[in-house]
Design a protein around this ligand. Structure first.
Ligand code: MEV
Length: 438
């Protein structure tokens, strides 16, 4: 059977499945059953999911977990998290509880500006281009009136348009660099529509600008697109407490814990190999909430990692210090999030997740997401600098293996006890389970 096909998108869902099964999958009836067992019995709900993307054949489940006890600016939240990795939700919950008893998280939105750019080529005199830009700037804005009317009514819209000269990097390359306030919308559609209109107006008006030579009138638009780098859409999250309050029943003194914790953060600040893993742990929390609340986690990932390298080297997103006997741990990250539009009004579980969070506006969601990231990093560093990360991970690993072998509740209980004092490896668990079953 040929592995290429034309007109695939026009096939019905069951024809698509037939083609995939016939072309790639050996046990065709089992394969079909696997695909179909994830369909929702509610036809409307299934159709909703089918239409989120193209060529849908089934639904891909991720667990939706919740982490309670998050005290953020004196309000309590239970945070929804969609993630496949074990231990993440448990770690978030532990960090939430730890800080609940120590004053909770403090957060602040620093700025909410988003960016889009029209990239274009122009071969000619810069002063004439600058005159042209200044003369048509009001028209650029006026021509987007139909797109911006609603956003402006709510207090948002286009903040500024700048002409940027990038010819040092690429011959003839310039930009319209535009800043936006999109309020509770992530704003991708709004920004991209405005940019495409700017590009159309810019190119058309150049034809009538008398000071341009014929060659200069030939402005070549390369592309118009929002930027997912949003260093001025920034939120800060922080925890702090007297060092002695960090002391726990495990015998580790607050001062010792704080010292090792600050060292661990300092290492991630200067060592990229560590910083990437350190920040990955932060993204465990961030992505899970971003996904649960129907936002674009790829955009968030790209923007945050770029921000982590903003000073020229990839570095830790979090920082920590002890000053005058006070331990503080904080993070500032860019987050362009929406609580209206996109999936937020469509996906029933996203609606539920947002309701669980008290129907936050975008600024509130920025703060909640930042806290999830900071909490995750706190939990990871706390484990890493004390017991090591494997203790918690191996408990979950054990459960995953036992589930794989369909262990009963009694088998799980017996083997959990056994592996308290024995090292968890895949083969050790299988051997122990076999011994138990025989
Ligand atoms: C695992 O998903 C995340 C950690 O590796 C993060 C870290 O090392 O800080 C535990």
């Amino acid at each position: 059977m040929s592995k290429t096909i034309s007109g695939f998108s026009k096939l019905s869902k069951s024809q698509k499945i037939d083609w995939i099964v016939d072309t790639y999958l050996t046990h065709s009836e089992n394969a079909k059953q696997t695909i179909k067992q994830y369909w929702n019995t509610d036809k409307d709900l299934q159709q909703l999911h089918d239409e989120f993307i193209e060529n849908t054949i089934s639904n891909y489940y991720l667990p939706l977990g919740v982490a309670p006890n998050f005290l953020i600016n004196d309000t309590l939240y239970t945070i929804p998290m969609a993630i496949e990795e074990s231990s993440v939700v448990a770690a978030a919950s532990k960090a939430a509880k730890f800080w609940l008893e120590r004053g909770g998280f403090k957060t602040k939105v620093i700025a909410t500006t988003k960016i889009g750019q029209v990239h274009f080529m122009y071969n000619g005199r810069l002063d004439v281009l600058t005159d042209f830009f200044n003369s048509i700037k009001p028209k650029l804005i006026a021509d987007t009136a139909a797109i911006t009317a609603n956003m402006e009514k709510r207090g948002g819209g286009i903040l500024d348009i700048e002409l940027r000269n990038k010819t040092k990097n690429i011959n003839g390359y310039y930009q319209l660099h535009v800043s936006f306030e999109t309020l509770d919308a992530m704003g991708a559609n709004f920004i991209n529509s405005c940019l495409e209109q700017f590009a159309t107006t810019f190119k058309a008006e150049a034809q009538h600008f008398d000071a341009f030579t014929e060659e200069e009138k030939n402005i070549d638009i390369v592309m118009s697109i929002l930027s997912n780098y949003v260093p001025n859409c920034l939120v800060r999250a922080e925890v702090s407490c007297p060092v002695e309050d960090l002391t726990e029943k495990n015998g580790v003194s607050g001062a010792h814990f704080a010292k090792k914790f600050v060292q661990a953060v300092a290492i991630a600040e200067i060592e990229p190999y560590r910083a990437v893993t350190h920040n990955k742990g932060i993204m465990n929390g961030i992505d899970a909430v971003v996904l649960a609340t129907g936002n674009d986690f790829r955009a968030i990932e790209a923007g945050i990692h770029a921000y982590a390298a903003k000073d020229g080297a990839y570095s830790s997103l979090t920082h920590a210090k002890v000053e005058n006997g006070i331990f503080s741990f904080w993070m500032e990250i860019p987050l362009a999030l929406g609580t209206v539009g996109g999936l937020t009004g469509l996906h029933p579980l996203v609606k539920l997740a947002l309701e669980m969070l008290g129907k936050p506006n975008a600024k509130e969601l920025m703060q909640i997401v930042a806290v999830a990231g900071l909490a995750q990093n706190f939990a990871a560093l706390k484990s890493l600098t004390t017991t090591g990360i494997q203790q918690g991970h191996m408990k979950m690993h054990l459960m995953n293996i036992l589930n794989q072998f369909k262990a009963t509740a009694t088998e799980k209980e017996t083997l959990s006890k056994h592996f308290k004092n024995n090292t968890v490896t895949h083969s050790a668990v299988v051997t122990a389970l076999e011994a138990l079953r025989n």
